[in-house]
Ligand binder design. Structure first.
Ligand code: 5GP
Ligand code: MN
Length: 325
């Protein structure tokens, strides 16, 4: 850990120590890294005597994460007036916190802990490490720095966070440190079989049907270097699925031989299209996402486009085609 980060962490610890009402939150449309990180830090602080801690995620928790220890502690609503310190985990910008669902005006201090290269440093204290595979990996290092015991429950959440963001240790954000941390977590006695079955082998039939419906919309551009699918609200309804069931569809089209950029357009509301982007080798999709006020990582990014799905498709395709060359 570098000196600057160590200094910031000391500042974080001092804020936590002096503050009674702490809320730990993460981004809307939560994933394994966000939920795992919130639970790991939340459980660790609670088990070390900080009992005035609220865990808050403003959206539905994906079903495959409901096995994580302590998940019942996460609240979907909070009374923001009572919060003095907000710890935002894995949020690249303020909007990702679900700004409509929380009033930030009464909050004294925002602590921003994240690994997105596009992070806007929106906090009063910002600990950003784009070299970290996941926010879960950062939480591990923070708990070690705090000399807090990482028990089996906490280790399970951290492992799930890291595994989710590294595509189960496949992506090149996986570093030697990532593997060392994973090894330490395994030594604590986590049940890797239980974690993997929940994360990767429990797809519901509704989610499977949505995957099939969405793959049926697949279009290929630029001699096979771009693959694009859509998910409409109508498709979600007819499959009896939810919007979070669309989360991993993009991986299936990225994994096609020759595809460099995969794109999914999800219709969230009328004229609100959530775009997911993935690349495999050379395209920095965070630059494409930034054109639409989004962000993320070089190989995994997202943004929201306010238009019809057809119009959104044309807009994003133009940018992708330019970047693929
Ligand atoms: P996903 O496609 O899985 O929703 O997101 C991929 C990556 O892009 C994640 O790291 C996520 O944090 C980031 N991301 C997705 N949507 C947005 C967005 O609207 N704004 C920003 N800043 N990042 C996003
Ligand atoms: Mn993350």
């Amino acid at each position: 850990m570098n000196n600057n980060r160590e200094m910031l962490l000391r500042e974080v610890l001092s804020v936590i120590a002096h503050n009674n009402n702490i809320c730990i939150t993460s981004h809307i449309n939560p994933d394994g890294d966000s939920i795992g990180s919130v639970l790991a830090l939340g459980l660790a602080l609670r088990r070390n005597g900080y009992d005035n801690i609220t865990l808050f995620i403003p959206d539905e928790i994906p079903k495959n994460l409901l096995f994580l220890p302590g998940v019942d502690l996460i609240k979907k609503e909070i009374t923001a007036e009572k919060i003095q310190t907000l710890i935002a985990l894995d949020c690249g910008d303020l909007e990702r916190i679900g700004i409509n669902k929380i009033s930030l005006s009464s909050i004294d201090t925002i602590i921003n802990i994240d690994h997105h290269i596009t992070n806007t440093s929106f906090g009063n204290i910002n600990i950003i490490n784009p070299d970290s595979s996941s926010t879960g990996e950062m939480i591990y290092e923070i708990l070690k720095f705090m000399k807090v015991e990482i028990d089996r429950d906490i280790a399970t959440s951290i492992y799930a966070a890291i595994s989710s963001d590294t595509g189960s240790f496949k992506y090149d954000n996986t570093s030697p440190i990532t593997h060392i941390i994973a090894s330490n977590l395994l030594s604590i006695g986590i049940d890797i079989n239980e974690i993997n079955i929940n994360l990767y082998q429990s797809r519901s039939i509704e989610k499977t049907n949505l995957l099939i419906a969405s793959l049926n919309t697949m279009e290929i551009f630029k001699e096979g270097r771009i693959a694009l699918v859509i998910v409409t609200r109508e498709m979600i309804k007819s499959c009896n699925a939810t919007i979070s069931d669309a989360d991993t569809i993009i991986d299936f089209i990225r994994d096609i031989d020759g595809v460099e950029v995969a794109c999914i357009l999800k219709e969230v509301e009328d004229n609100v299209i959530k775009v997911g982007l993935r690349s495999k080798n050379y395209v920095d999709v965070s630059i494409i996402a930034k054109c639409f006020n989004g962000g993320g990582h070089m190989k995994a990014s997202g943004c929201t486009i306010h238009s019809s799905i057809e119009q959104g498709k044309l807009l994003i395709l133009k940018e992708i085609e330019n970047s693929v060359g």
